[in-house]
Design a protein around this ligand. Structure first.
Ligand code: ZN
Length: 192
């Protein structure tokens, strides 16, 4: 089922997600719906907060992205990024491995808004997969950027929080409008 993607201004995007102790049938169902929603909206990553659930769950799929390279290391050896997709991360923990670089980012909760965000170029990741099994990997490039963007969502952090001042100033008006629009929509049913 395609779910509604929460937009900037919805307070759930600021909520830290609860850790998932077991992958219940409900969680599995949500994972399937999140993939369906992400593919329908042409995203490469989606966090649970973006479908209205404050839990530590995100889905990613970078297949088909050709203009921005990614690297992956499994057990200390280079691995194929495409074969590693689609990717489910539960309770992800991240460690930066090298210096930070600026790169363009967008977000399904901020339609048509983009800006440069500075993040570590490569990271080490520990998480559970969709079966509840522990996984570990190192990644760089776009995959590292996407994993960090999604893990931030799980902690209530948004890409605008990390955006450089110039990029943020360029979209400030649109941000304020989006926030006001979302709040008005959320309040509308209560007035009936
Ligand atoms: Zn996002």
């Amino acid at each position: 089922m395609i779910l509604e993607v929460t937009k900037y201004g919805n307070p759930i995007l600021r909520q830290k997600g609860a850790r998932i102790e077991t992958v219940t049938p409900e969680v599995k169902h949500l994972i399937a719906d999140m993939f369906e929603t992400m593919y329908a909206t042409k995203g490469i990553g989606l966090a649970a907060q973006q479908v209205g659930k404050a839990i530590q769950l995100t889905v990613l799929d970078l297949r088909g992205v050709e203009d921005r390279p990614s690297t992956l290391e499994l057990d200390g050896k280079p691995a194929d990024v495409e074969n590693f997709m689609p990717l489910v991360l539960i309770n992800p923990e991240i460690k930066p491995l090298n210096e930070s670089v600026a790169g363009p980012e967008g977000c399904l909760s901020f339609p048509e808004l983009y800006g440069d965000v500075v993040r570590p170029e490569s990271i080490a990741v520990k998480a559970l997969n969709e079966k509840g099994k522990p996984i570990e990997f190192r990644c760089g490039g776009l995959l590292a950027r996407a994993v960090q963007h999604e893990t931030d969502h799980l902690n209530g952090i948004l890409f605008i929080d990390r955006m450089d001042r110039k990029s943020k100033n360029e979209i400030r008006e649109e941000l304020d409008m989006l926030q006001a629009e979302t709040k008005a929509k959320l309040e509308a049913p209560r007035k009936k």
